[in-house]
Design a protein around this ligand. Structure first.
Ligand code: KG4
Ligand code: ZN
Length: 352
């Protein structure tokens, strides 16, 4: 089955074609440069940019893959969580195409799609634990099958990626700062006393990263020389001053440590065959290594998407949507967009 995936939940406009279990091709426009001057995504601008790009990218994808629109058999679109205006652009485009081509529509949960992304590259063994660490979310799931997700814990405030980006902003490191902090951390050893691993003094599987973000603010207030003079000095070759590298390594260590403790707790409570690590922050070197070591020590398989499938992309949407459609799930044309903060309803229709 040939399924078109559409992703417009935040600042990436992405369209992809998946045939059965194979990614045919993907086109993505990242708005990162547009928003970086503002230090974060500006929702209104993001929606407008999606509106300007989505049709052009659709034509580019069909041209590149020499696909006739009539060959597309289903459309999967991210229906949430995300920025409402951004989601509406994707949903409007998807619904219009479904009407024109007379094919089924399915709305995909962006978070489930992130966790299922590695399924495009290999088989995931179920039941699995899924740890999603992105700019908007930090959640842990028990995944019994690609269609059965149980939320075990989530962040009570900031997502891990948000904490990375805000810590970076405090240090005048360009947005999005996560990848820069990751690279800078490689130049130093962490000082394990600088920032405590946050929110471990409990028995739950939730996370909290707002405290560590504030700890960075206080640390920088007491050590103002840490702040970079100009974010534009940061490029691929920029070598951070040693003191700044230590702050980055220590911050990275504390976040990785908090994720490790909660994942270990979940592994002690649920018998699973594998662990899936997904989301933009899953690209982080220290987090990848810390969590992989933990999972392998327990004799389990660690499943991580390749870096191109970690960040927002339509391949994961097309892939998860095609699984849903092949199992008989679809949505009618009144499919609703669900913004961040609202629970995504299980409102699929089913053909038998
Ligand atoms: O999954 P994603 O592309 O977007 C969301 O759906 O949120 O994640 C983006 C987030 C940003 O906060 C970015 O700073 C962070 O992922 N990120 C990283 C790294 N690469 C991207 N954080 C830490 N280390 C990295 N290497
Ligand atoms: Zn995402």
């Amino acid at each position: 089955m040939l399924c078109l995936g559409i992703e417009t939940s935040c600042d990436e406009t992405s369209l992809a074609l998946v045939r059965d279990n194979i990614l045919v091709d993907q086109v993505t426009f990242s708005q990162v440069d547009i928003h970086s001057v503002f230090g974060g995504v500006v929702p209104e601008m993001a929606s407008r940019e999606h509106l300007n790009r989505v049709g052009v990218l659709y034509n580019e994808l069909l041209d590149r893959t020499r696909t006739d629109p009539q060959e597309i058999q289903a459309i999967a679109v991210t229906r949430g969580p995300g920025l409402l205006g951004c989601l509406l652009v994707g949903l409007g485009f998807a619904k219009g195409l479904c009407l024109a081509l007379d094919i089924p529509l399915v709305g995909v949960n962006h978070l489930h799609a992130h966790l299922m992304a590695p399924g495009l590259e290999g088989k995931i063994k179920f039941p699995a634990l899924g740890l999603l660490v992105s700019g908007g979310h930090t959640s842990i799931y028990l995944i019994n099958s690609p269609l059965d997700f149980q939320l075990l814990g989530k962040t009570l405030d900031d997502a891990a990626g948000e904490a990375f980006d805000k810590a970076a902003k405090t240090l005048n490191i360009p947005y999005p700062g996560g990848a820069h902090i990751d690279r800078f951390a490689g130049f130093a050893e962490p000082d394990q006393k600088m920032f405590p691993r946050p929110y471990l003094d409990n028995t739950n599987l939730d996370f909290s990263f707002s405290g560590i973000k504030t700890a960075v603010v206080y640390h920088v207030r007491d050590n103002p020389r840490l702040v970079l003079a100009d974010p534009e000095m940061v490029d691929q070759d920029f070598i951070p001053p040693p003191e700044l590298a230590t702050v980055c390594a220590s911050f990275n260590w504390a976040v990785a440590g908090a994720l490790k403790v909660k994942l270990a707790r979940a592994l002690a409570r649920y018998k699973v065959q594998s662990v899936v690590l997904a989301g933009g922050v899953a690209a982080n070197t220290m987090i990848r290594k810390t969590l992989t070591d933990l999972v392998r020590e327990q004799g389990l398989e660690m499943v991580m998407p390749s870096l191109s499938l970690c960040t927002d992309n339509a391949a994961m949407v097309a892939w998860h949507g095609s699984l849903l459609i092949r199992n008989g799930y679809f949505h009618p044309l009144d499919l609703e967009a669900i913004p961040r903060g609202r629970k995504i309803p299980m409102d699929y229709h089913r053909v038998n």
